[in-house]
Design a protein around this ligand. Structure first.
Ligand SMILES: [Zn+2]
Length: 81
């Protein structure tokens, strides 16, 4: 017999892409599982409580990462002067 179950997918808040569409799974059993698999194994990211596919995450975070790197370099130069 058949039983209907609820499954979860993760949708990118940037481009609307589906996480599960790009994996071998149709869906995951819980929101927590979906988030864990996406972020730990497939480079999805979370920023300000929104989920982003690898491409969108990089696009959003790159300026922030660059700022952090520039700040660290600045601090390093100050410290070693
Ligand atoms: Zn995206």
């Amino acid at each position: 017999m058949f039983k209907e179950v609820i499954g979860y997918d993760l949708i990118c808040d940037g481009c609307g892409d589906s996480y599960c569409k790009n994996t071998e799974y149709f869906c995951y059993a819980s929101e927590e599982d979906t988030e864990a698999f996406a972020t730990e194994y497939d480079d999805w990211g979370i920023h300000e409580k929104k989920h982003y596919c690898p491409d969108c995450y990089k696009e959003i975070m790159q300026p922030i990462w660059d700022d952090v790197a520039a700040q660290e370099e600045h601090d390093y130069k100050q410290a070693t002067r």
